[in-house]
Structure formats: structure tokens, C-alpha cells
Ligand binder design. Structure first.
Ligand SMILES: [Zn+2]
Length: 832
């Protein structure tokens, strides 16, 4: 299938005006499904020519204005339409395959009970794998859907179900929506439904997760209705759709998808055990994020993908803000500071960085744009909007957002439209602000220096910042805080003379901060004692960032962890810092010879926290870290044999699988995997077993895992799990030969299996402590592969095409930058 190009999409938008889709799906088949799409559209020029997408079909029949089109009109996922009338009706009948990779009509058989679930996962240019459509965001049309399926099933879709019976469902016509927002979820769902403000709401999950859904139903309903009340009160435009279903689905490639009226969530969000504080906060944030999309993204949609930030940056910002203001998750910005925002800085340092509001011309096709659903668009965009709110005031920001939504409702918009709306409500120079914050990539560095004893802030980079600076006495007491406007001119802070200071202590701005030696010595001494958890979150990020850039030695970072992390009282700061240290330092910057000692620091922190009891708010995160890093075989065996971690504390299913994985890593008989799977034959049990088998430290287990993912046809979930287990820390000798095989095999899998798998191959990049020569070999291998295909080649193109497909090309260039940075730090460490 050819990735839709910007020029084709612009051309088509000038020719067509699409009115409506009538879609009929026949989901009664097991191997494939039937799709009939009746499209009514106008052509601005009679006699014009265009095309409609229908991808990966097994068979296609098309009729335009009553005349059957020749078979030759259909090629490479497109049907050529010629000699258009002023008003046209196109009927496309297609037979299409189900998929297991999350891109299209995903079919999942639940191992727990054998039940089947079939869901259309669209997004970007995937809708054309489900029904024939003009698959670009600025050709909106109404959708009227009918479905045939197993009469025992429930079928959910964008519109409200108006009629069901005897295996047939009809849905109300939607308002105009972009094709990528189409959704259908069919299966024997367990449902919890309710009415709120006269609108039908529902939460749905697989039958085998009914207990978990019922357990969480009250909380999910509370979060949903409070966020809904908040957003409908904030926005002038009313909620635009006729129902609000939220479906926990299996095998989604994204955390969630904002389909109008029917949101899909990865069903991992329906926790099987006790969630950590961060996990609970994250779920509330995602619920609010998707709901904000009903306005930002669904009601008003970007014209082309360069403006995906108009959806994602806003939803990311609103997700944290609304989950806090409406649903009581008031520590969201703390979680953001230590869990999400650091990924925005990392993305902004890679060669692939781009302005938050990208140039349209740079997004030459959908595959290229796919790479921009990255942490620039989410985490940095969110942070930049937060700085905008700090700079403008929240009321002005909301007024601007409302002007934008009201002017462009049910239509499409771009950066200029947003700025015009903002300009209409503010006296400030929002265009100049946007030029440096939205249209330029990279971030500034704020340096703290001393003039005599007086702290001086200097900004390198040229953006205006508004941020809080806090001054501390040696005891750790706050002496004062003030909001500082910092731009080209240095700002002295005489009121904090002689004191330690923390810049951006309220995390309002997006900039790297480098403290002066006096202030950093204070942080090393007092970090866990500082009063404000948000400031501590910012400082843990700063410490890890300084380690990545070589400004802080790796042993000094672990000394900070040993001194302060177990004493960190806030559960989200604790968990976020723990994850940052494990993922960014332990897995990347530590030499194999130092791994055991460094992992020992982490497991000692976890053990200390758990010594306070298994009831505390930090216990779940500590237990997860302990299970991954401990060398205490007897402890893990005791957990498994007793089924509890401590008296009265049952072992959670996910923790059980972490313990099993760690046990086999430490040399236990792999039969423990089969025994555990017998006790937990669920979908996540299967995934846990796959991950653990791939982590077994024998050449045979590695060969079997490799064959499964690179020679078989795994689903997206299976692919991720096996790869996660495969590249296990401490197994560098076992996987050494596979470093080269990964570089050889990756492009072929990416070409064969499409966008989502390409991303999956990128995410399976080896990240574990490696000897320096192995790191250099991996770097050179990937560099060579990228050099052979500088521009990338289309995903799913001609099977024999050489080179690295576009989506994987982008992923690999990112991983290569991370590897190069790690090499830089590692090569300066004497004993590697
Ligand atoms: Zn989103």
C-alpha cells in the first residue's frame, strides 16, 4: 500500500466534497470479513479524476454512479475514479483479512475462555483496511453504520446503537468525522452502563475481565462523569456526539484512541492487581486526555498531520490538568515532571527533533508523519502549552481555545487558526511567542551562576521564560520563592544572596537547568527533605539528565539514589525517579562489570521501602523494582510458593510474572513458567510466559525466542513481550551475535508487517548493558543500514525493496542517537 502523500491529499481536497458514508460490515466470517462502503460525494469539476483507498483487500468490486468499474481500476490499495459527475455515488464491496497486529480489523481469541473479539482499530491511514474511504483528515463526512455479527455479541461504534437483534446492528448517523476516527468493537463484552446528563455512557471489557471491571466500575464512572462535567463547563461548544462508550480492548497499538463517542483503551489499564500511585494517576489522565480529544481532534481536526500537535499537545495538557481539577488527581503535574516530561527533553535532543508545530511540507506522506506521534508532540507540546498558560493566564488561554473551537467546529484547522483565535483574546504578542516556542525545535539551557554570593540566572537559547525560583537555607527550609521573567538578559536574584537556589522549582517552563556548585551540593545533601514534591520531581529529572550528558558521574548518581530515594516520601516522585534511574541509567549507562553493584543499589532501596510494610503508597512500585533487580532466589520462591509477598498480601498476577522472569534469569528451572501459566491461563498470563521464556539464559531459549518473533507471525503483543525478555540485562554474552542479526532482520519484518510493527521493531532495539566494543558494533551496523537508505522507503512497499522503511528509519535514527549519547558517557568511564 502506498502511503498517502501531502500533494495527493491537497489535490484531492481541492476536487472533492465528501457528504456521507454508509458502511456495512459482515463480521460473521472467521477468516475474513465483508465490507460495503457507499460514499456520496461531490466533485467541484465534472470529469475530474481522483482515487479512493481500500487497502490489503482480498477482493474488490466497485460501482461508480451505477457503472461497474473495470478490475484494472483497483491497484496498490487504491481505486482510480475517472469522469466524476457533480454528484457521485460510489459503492465498494470488499473482502478483507482480519489482523493480529492492531492495524485494521483486529481479531483476538481470549485464551481464558475461547471468546472472540473483533475490533476496527483505525488511526492515520488505517481506516481503509476496514472500509473504502477517502482516508485523509480534512475530508470529513457523516457515517451511518450497520453490522452483522454473532447474535450473542455486543457491537459498539461511534454512533449510538438504534436497533439490534438477530445478529444485526444499526447505528445512528454520526456528525461529520474524519475517516481515521471510525471505530467498531464487537464481541461478548461485559458492560457497565449508566446515564449522565441525558447521555448514555458505558464501560466495556472482555468477559474474562468482568471481575476487574466491576471492581473498578464506581471509580471509572466517577472519573468519567467528573471530567465530562468539567470539560462541558469549560468549553462553549457542547459535546458533539450522541453517546460515550469507553472500551478496554485487547491488542491496541496505542495507549488509547479518541474515537468520537466510543473510546478504545489498551486493556492493560484494567489492572489485574493493585495499581501503583503512578498507574492510577496515569489511567485517570488517559481518560481525561481522550475526553479532551472529543473537542481537540474530533470536533476540530487538523488539516494534515503536521498539526497533530493541535490534537495531542492539547489533549496531553488537558489530561493532566482536568484529571487534577475535576477528578482529584491533583498530583498530576508531579507525575508529569518525573515520568513524562523527561521524554520530551530526550526527544528534543535527537536529530529527528522538529518544531511542536511542524512544517506541512516536511510531512511528505503519512508514514513520515507517523514518526511525529512522538514525545515532541505529546510531552514537549504539553509543557509548551503549560508555559503558555503561565505566560497568558489560564482564563485567556481558555478564551482563546473556545474561540478556536467555535470557529472551526466540525471542520479542520491549522496553526494559523489557533494563533488567530488566541490573538483575538489577548493583548500580548502571541505570534512572536509562537515563533520561538512552537516553530523552533530544541530547548534552552538555564544556568545558575554566582556574582559574589548573588545567584544569577542566564538563559542560553533565546526564548522568553516565566518560571519560579526558590531559595533555600542550608537546613532545607524555603526562604522564599518568586516568579522570574527570564529572556536574553541575565537576572540576578539579590534576595537569595548566599542561599542555594532551584530554578524552575514549579516546573513551569521547558528548559534544561544546570545548577551552580553550591546549589547542587545542597541538593545532594538535602534532596529528600525539601518540602515541595514537585521541586523534588524536577530535581530527580535534573540529576538523571546531568548523568546522561556526563555532567554527573554515574557513581555519583547512584550515591544520590542510595542517600535519598528510599527516604523520598511522595509515591509518584519515588516511582518516577526509580523508573528514570532504571531505564535511563541502569540499562544504558552502566558497564556490564558494574551492573550487579548498581542493580544492588536499586534493590536495596526497594527493600528499605518495603521494610516499612506492604501497605504503604510506595509499596507496589518498590515491589516491582525489587522483583526485577533482586538476587534473592529464596525470596522470589517464597512469593510463588505461598502466593503472597507478606502475610495478608496476596501476590498480584503481574508481580508473579515479574518474579517468575527474574527467577529464570537467575538460573531457576524454566518449568516454573509452565506451572505458573497453568495457574494463570489468561491473556496477560500468556504474555508473561512468553516474556519469561525469552529471558531464560540459555542459547536454546534465545534461539527459540528469536525464531518466534523474526521467523513466525506473532501478534503485536507477542512481539513486544518476547523482545522485552530477549534483551535482558546481564545476558550480553548470550545475545551478542543477535545484535547483528537484529540489524539484518529488522527492515524485512518492518516492510512485511507495516507501520505498527515497524515501530515495534524500533522499540525492540537492544537496550542493556553491553561491552563497549559491542555498543560500537551495534552503532556502526545501524549507521550503515540507515546510510544505505537515507530517505527511507515506503512501509509495506514492494516486498523486495532494499533499505529501511520510513517508520523504522525514524525509530532507528532515534535509537542510534540514544546509543551514541550512552557511548559518550560510557567511554569516559574508566572501567568499562
Ligand atoms: Zn491523544
Amino acid at each position: 500500500m502506498t502511503s498517502l502523500s501531502l500533494s495527493d491529499s491537497r489535490q484531492r481536497a481541492t476536487v472533492l466534497d465528501v457528504t456521507s458514508y454508509d458502511v456495512h460490515l459482515d463480521l460473521t466470517g472467521v477468516e475474513h470479513f465483508g465490507s460495503r462502503s457507499t460514499i456520496r460525494f461531490a466533485a467541484r469539476e465534472t470529469g475530474a479524476e481522483t482515487f479512493v483507498e481500500i487497502a490489503d483487500a482480498l477482493s474488490v468490486r466497485a460501482t461508480l454512479n451505477g457503472v461497474e468499474l473495470p478490475a484494472g481500476a483497483w491497484a496498490d490499495g487504491r481505486i482510480t475514479l475517472t469522469d466524476l459527475a457533480e454528484h457521485n455515488e460510489l459503492v465498494v464491496d470488499a473482502t478483507l483479512p482480519y489482523v493480529t497486529n492492531g492495524d485494521g480489523m483486529h481479531r483476538f481469541v481470549d485464551p481464558a475462555d475461547g471468546e472472540t473479539y473483533v475490533s476496527a482499530y483505525c488511526g492515520m491511514d488505517i481506516a481503509s483496511r476496514v472500509f473504502a474511504c477517502f482516508d485523509q483528515p480534512d475530508l470529513k463526512a457523516t457515517v451511518t453504520l450497520t453490522v452483522d455479527a454473532d447474535p450473542r455479541w455486543t457491537v459498539l461504534a461511534n454512533g449510538q446503537c438504534t436497533l439490534s437483534g438477530e445478529g444485526h446492528w444499526s447505528f445512528a448517523t454520526t456528525p461529520p468525522i474524519s475517516p481515521y476516527l471510525f471505530v467498531v468493537c464487537a464481541g461478548p463484552w461485559h458492560s457497565v452502563t449508566f446515564e449522565h446528563r441525558g447521555l448514555p455512557f458505558g464501560w466495556h471489557a472482555r468477559q474474562s475481565l468482568a471481575t476487574e471491571l466491576e471492581r473498578d466500575a464506581d471509580e471509572l464512572r466517577r472519573i468519567t462523569t467528573s471530567c465530562f462535567d468539567h470539560l462541558t463547563a469549560t468549553f462553549d461548544e457542547p459535546y458533539a456526539f450522541d453517546s460515550y462508550d469507553q472500551v478496554m480492548v485487547p491488542g491496541l497499538n496505542w495507549g488509547a484512541m479518541e474515537m468520537p463517542g466510543c473510546i478504545t483503551f489498551d486493556d492493560g489499564l484494567l489492572f489485574r492487581g493493585t495499581p501503583s500511585a503512578m498507574q492510577a494517576q496515569h489511567r485517570a489522565m488517559v481518560i481525561a486526555h481522550e475526553m479532551a480529544h472529543m473537542w481537540f481532534g474530533d470536533l476540530v481536526t487538523m488539516k494534515w498531520w503536521e498539526d497533530s500537535w493541535l490534537s495531542e499537545s492539547f489533549a496531553d495538557y488537558m489530561g493532566y490538568q482536568v484529571a487534577g481539577a475535576a477528578a482529584g488527581f491533583t498530583d498530576g503535574w508531579i507525575a508529569c515532571a518525573v515520568n513524562s516530561k523527561p521524554s520530551g527533553y530526550r526527544a528534543d535532543e535527537r536529530r529527528s527533533t522538529h518544531p511542536v508545530a511542524e512544517d506541512a511540507e516536511a510531512m511528505v506522506d503519512v508514514d513520515t508523519a507517523f514518526g511525529n506521534f512522538d514525545m515532541i508532540t505529546y510531552a514537549k507540546g504539553n509543557a509548551v502549552l503549560r508555559q503558555l498558560v503561565t505566560w497568558l493566564g489560564e482564563d485567556t488561554f481558555v478564551a482563546g481555545a473556545n474561540a478556536y473551537l467555535t470557529r472551526h467546529g466540525f471542520g479542520n484547522a491549522e496553526l494559523a487558526d489557533f494563533l488567530e483565535a488566541l490573538d483575538s483574546v489577548s493583548d500580548r504578542d502571541v505570534r512572536a511567542w509562537a515563533q520561538v516556542w512552537l516553530r523552533q525545535s530544541g530547548f534552552d539551557t538555564i544556568l545558575v551562576s554566582r556574582d559574589g554570593g548573588v545567584p544569577v540566572l542566564t538563559c542560553e537559547g533565546g526564548r522568553p521564560h516565566r518560571l519560579t525560583v526558590t531559595g533555600y537555607a542550608d537546613s532545607g527550609e524555603v526562604v522564599g520563592s518568586r516568579l522570574v521573567d527570564l529572556a536574553d538578559e541575565p537576572v540576578p536574584l539579590p534576595e537569595f544572596a548566599g542561599l542555594a537556589v532551584v530554578a524552575n522549582s514549579g516546573d513551569e517552563t521547558f528548559a534544561r537547568v544546570r545548577p551552580d556548585p553550591q546549589s547542587w551540593a545542597f541538593v545532594v545533601d538535602r534532596l529528600s527533605h525539601l518540602e515541595d514534591p514537585l521541586t523534588r520531581a524536577v530535581l530527580w529529572h535534573t540529576a538523571v539528565d546531568m548523568t546522561r550528558t556526563g555532567d554527573l558521574r554515574v557513581p555519583d548518581l547512584f550515591a544520590l539514589v542510595a542517600a535519598h530515594l528510599a527516604a523520598e516520601p511522595h509515591p509518584m516522585v519515588f516511582e518516577g525517579a526509580l523508573v528514570l534511574v532504571r531505564e535511563q541509567v541502569l540499562a544504558r549507562l552502566v558497564a556490564p562489570a558494574q551492573l550487579e553493584e548498581a542493580a544492588g543499589v536499586v534493590s536495596a532501596v526497594a527493600t528499605l521501602v518495603l521494610a516499612d510494610g506492604w501497605d504503604g503508597p510506595r509499596a507496589v512500585a518498590a515491589a516491582q523494582a525489587l522483583a526485577a533487580t533482586t538476587t534473592d532466589v529464596a525470596l522470589l520462591e517464597e512469593w510463588l510458593s505461598s502466593g503472597q509477598t507478606a502475610p495478608g498480601h496476596p501476590l498480584d498476577p503481574d508481580l508473579r510474572w515479574s518474579a517468575v522472569r527474574r527467577l529464570v534469569e537467575l538460573g531457576a528451572d524454566p518449568s516454573v513458567i509452565d506451572r505458573t501459566l497453568e495457574q494463570d491461563p489468561s491473556a496477560s498470563g500468556e504474555i508473561g510466559a512468553l516474556r519469561a521464556r525469552a529471558a531464560v539464559p540459555t542459547p536454546e531459549a534465545k534461539a527459540a525466542a528469536w525464531a518466534l518473533v523474526y521467523e513466525g507471525e506473532p501478534s503485536n503483543r507477542e512481539f513486544r513481550a518476547v523482545n522485552d525478555g530477549f534483551w535482558t540485562s546481564g545476558q550480553h554474552d548470550l545475545v551478542d551475535a543477535y545484535l547483528d542479526r537484529y540489524v539484518e532482520a529488522g527492515p524485512e519484518v518492518a516492510r512485511r508487517r507495516g507501520q505498527a510493527f515497524s515501530k515495534g521493531v524500533g522499540h525492540s532495539f537492544p537496550v542493556l548493558p553491553l561491552p563497549l566494543p559491542a555498543m560500537e558494533r551495534l552503532r556502526d551496523g545501524v549507521t550503515g543500514a540507515l546510510a544505505d537508505s537515507t530517505a527511507g522507503v515506503p512501509t509495506g512497499g514492494v516486498p523486495t525493496a532494499a533499505g529501511v522503511p520510513t517508520v523504522l528509519h525514524r525509530e532507528w535514527s532515534d535509537r542510534l542517537d540514544d546509543l551514541t549519547l550512552a557511548l559518550h558517557v560510557r567511554s569516559r568511564t574508566v572501567d568499562s
